[in-house]
Design a protein around this ligand. Structure first.
Ligand SMILES: C[S@@+](CC[C@H](N)C(=O)[O-])C[C@H]1O[C@@H](n2cnc3c(N)ncnc32)[C@H](O)[C@@H]1O
Length: 274
């Protein structure tokens, strides 16, 4: 294929400014400008200012899907893809899933794509993000964690997944320099040890999940251990951790045990699952 001279010049400018994936980014910007040089100049200026590429082009790829990402909305990360795929694989064909803190709706969109006959609901507190998720075809409810979900799904959900804010407050300043020049700390800040929102999800999940249903949460390496007591207290058994392509721990998977004391066919109380 003949190299595109415009893309080449854009790549050179990006590379000189230290963008490591300059050729790929240049191709995306050129495609987005669709032959309009003024538009290309404006897109390039935004990118050079450090604005996330997905906001500039209005799209990101996630698990092979094209996801619309509006300015101001958290950009789905490739590191979250194994969690999204695992969530979809645990969802029965006609089951029900909930994605809390859905952002652009990327994880919910993957579950919808891989389980088209299932029902996938999502929640999001930020109005811009909720609108973006809706534009991505997600059944999204605006509000805090579980609050906005429709009544009647309690106890019936097969999979509950959340990529919630989990960065310890003191570590926010260590995030890449451009992050907070453009993104809101709301998407990241998980409180003193990063587990505030994670704990709220663990505490609220048993009311939604059916016994045997799965909880999948993205988290940092040491946070699975921090959550161990809360998981036990809320009837979860830890299935294991989820690693990304580089072998780093990116999440946990747990299943909800049946309530102690429920009678079996014999009339005797069923034993608590391990
Ligand atoms: C880390 S981002 C993840 C977004 C999305 N799950 C993804 O991976 O692309 C966290 C999202 O949670 C939303 N959020 C933060 N606290 C929330 C809450 N209490 N209830 C609902 N959404 C919340 C933020 O607005 C943000 O969009």
């Amino acid at each position: 294929m003949t190299p595109d001279p415009v893309a080449g010049r854009v790549a050179e400018i990006l590379a000189r400014s230290g963008f490591v994936a300059a050729p790929d980014e240049a191709s995306e910007l050129v495609a987005c400008a669709a032959g309009d040089p003024d538009r290309l100049a404006s897109l390039l200026a935004r990118r050079l200012s450090g604005e996330p590429l997905a906001w500039v082009t209005g799209r990101a790829e996630f698990c092979g899907l094209e996801i619309r990402v509006d300015p101001g909305v958290y950009v789905p990360r490739w590191q979250s893809e194994p969690l999204a795929r695992r969530a979809a694989s645990l969802l029965p064909a006609r089951g029900t899933a909930v994605d809390v803190c859905t952002g652009s709706g990327a994880v919910a969109a993957v579950m919808r794509a891989l389980r088209p006959s299932a029902r996938v609901l999502a929640t999001e507190r930020d109005l811009r993000a909720a609108r973006c998720a809706a534009a991505n075809g997600v059944e999204v409810y605006t509000g805090d964690l579980f609050d906005p979900l429709p009544a009647g799904i309690g106890g019936s959900v097969d999979v509950l997944v959340g990529i919630v804010p989990y960065v310890p407050s003191a570590a926010l300043s260590l995030l890449p320099r451009d992050t907070f020049r453009f993104e809101a700390s709301d998407a990241y800040d998980g409180g003193p040890d990063g587990t505030d929102v994670l704990r709220s999800v663990v505490a609220g999940a048993p009311a939604l999940l059916r016994p045997g249903g799965s909880l999948l949460l993205e988290l940092g390496a040491d946070q699975a251990e921090l959550l161990a007591d809360a998981l036990r207290a809320h009837r979860f058994s830890l299935v294991g951790v989820i690693e990304d392509e580089e072998g780093d721990v990116r999440g946990l998977e747990a299943t909800l045990r049946a309530r102690r004391g429920r009678s079996g066919a014999s009339g005797r109380p069923a034993p608590e699952a391990p």
